[in-house]
Ligand binder design. Sequence first.
Ligand SMILES: *Cc1c(COP(=O)(O)O)cnc(C)c1O
Length: 383
Amino acid sequence: MIYLDNAATTRVAPEVFEAMSPFLQEEFGNPSSVYALAGRSAAAMDSARAIVADAIGAEADEIIFTGGGSEADNLAIKGTMRKREGGHMITSAIEHHAVLHTCKYLQEEGYELTVVGVDESGMVDTDEVRDAIRDDTRLISIMHSNNEVGTIQPIAEIAATARERGIKMHTDAVQSLGKVPLDVDDLGVDLMAFSAHKIHGPKGVGVLYVRKGFRPEPIIHGGGQERRLRAGTENLPGIVGFGRAVGLAAQLGQESVDRMRALRDRLIAGVMDAIPETVLSGHPTQRLPNIASFLFRYIEGEGILLSLDMKDIAGSSGSACTSGSLDPSHVLLAMGYPHEIAHGSLRLSLSRYTTDEEIDAVLEALPSIIQRLRDMSPLYQRR
Ligand SMILES: *Cc1c(COP(=O)(O)O)cnc(C)c1O
């Protein structure tokens, strides 16, 4: 199978599996207990925490392990807003639903929300964020990079604006980890969310970076784990796997990212060259190295996915979380694409395991798939 849906999830790296394996078997100690077995669990957790901290220029005690990226976003947003009653928050129209739906949920609880738009490349305008700030604004949450079109936002600039006004800044950097340099001080953020399964780690484990001196309200209550910010016996195998996945990405370094980017660029050039009336969505330069997102006029993304699947190629249309509904992606609509164009979206997202041969196979298969679907499309006949 040719797997090009790495923005949805990734395979666990063999090195990660190997690192996790003892913690699913003999090293099953509860890190909070006192005997030697538990001590080894605690040490493994400390080591994973240090690796993640190191990768983003943070201190180990600023790393809170969670049950995934969605939970990290929820903790950042609910945990900040619920420190006090009322107040205003700002987010963008192209956020992952883990952010957008959380903000809308808080709005129903009585908090106030401004959702800023984006331009046609999916870019948030810092001036628009600045204009949205009010005296009672307490949180700005803008994603570091978008999971559908790959656009990278000017987070350092927005965070500087937030800081000037004493507003907390959260960024969902789930898609950026391991692909774009991230340093909490260069970015100037207070909160930043990550997920292991987007970087060849296991599912169900995430991280929230929380800047020293700030304490969000916990959203899960119980034991005192994770500096009393996230109750529950730690997911030790998951945490160890996350640490190894981050370490591995650092070890493979820029070279591995550059190789992926070159393949992605070849994919984009090949598709744009072979298939007329195609739009490359997202920002032309400020974009993630692994995402290629296309809009093919006159046809439906669903049909493209099914045809690709028959050739054992996996991609996605819009966001995997929303497929199952026939609504086009909220991201593409926010970028100003009309419904009929947004419907024809295809996202191909690469990983470090993507090969030259796989890109060749996609470039071989896709043009005839698109042409066949267009030949069946009444919109294409009437164009
Ligand atoms: C996948 C993803 C999430 C959710 O992470 P989970 O670990 O699946 O909960 C949040 N934000 C972005 C941008 C994502 O791509």
